[in-house]
Design a protein around this ligand. Structure first.
Ligand code: HEC
Length: 161
């Protein structure tokens, strides 16, 4: 190991983050998402569609999707588990033993969609790790930002009426 790499590792340990992610990991994670998660979870929802879904939820109606989209799930989890390591651990555990008690998503999600199946039971540790890493690195938003933007869009729509 050269000195530069050692230094990088020390810096990373000091600030409490892991060494990041390799391109192939993201690509493989995305494949795993496609194969195991995409039947229920949209990859991403636009602000406009999110607002539309939110309107349904506020009226007590089920939105026309089957599960919260991954960009929102990722943003929401980051609000509670901002570091990669804890984020990945959370996702790995959740998909293997899902329960309303430990979920961080809006509780309304459970009444509309029910609890997700323990899909991780049929996956290897590596697959779970990679799909979780993909969720962490593929999306940038954090929940509060997205939520604020949706509120602004909502207000803009109301003021037009
Ligand atoms: C059969 C449909 C279905 C499949 C397949 C599915 N999910 Fe879910 N998922 C849901 C539903 C519904 C929710 C919202 C209720 C909940 O959190 O259990 C959810 C919620 C989640 C959450 C948020 C938990 C929280 O904190 O509230 C994560 C993380 C997640 N899914 C990851 C995954 C991953 C990763 C995969 C693929 C490996 C996957 N899901 C496959 C339906 C599904």
């Amino acid at each position: 190991m050269n000195i530069l790499k050692l230094l990088l590792i020390l810096i990373n340990v000091a600030v409490g983050v892991s060494l990041g992610v390799e391109k192939w990991e993201i690509a493989r994670g995305y494949e795993i998402y496609k194969n195991n998660c995409s039947v229920c979870h949209l990859e991403s929802i636009s602000l406009k569609d999110f607002l539309r879904a939110r309107m349904h939820v506020l009226k007590g109606e089920k939105p026309d999707i089957d599960a919260p989209p991954m960009n929102l799930v990722s943003a929401k989890i980051k609000q509670f588990y901002s570091r990669e390591l804890e984020f990945v651990e959370f996702v790995k555990d959740y998909i293997t033993h899902p329960s309303k008690d430990k979920g961080v998503c809006n509780k309304a999600a459970y009444s509309f969609f029910g609890t997700m199946p323990p899909i991780g039971e049929g996956m290897s540790e590596e697959e779970k790790e990679l799909v979780a890493k993909w969720m962490y690195y593929n999306f940038e938003g954090i929940w509060l930002d997205i939520f604020l933007k949706v509120k602004q869009l909502e207000e803009a729509l109301h003021s037009k009426k």
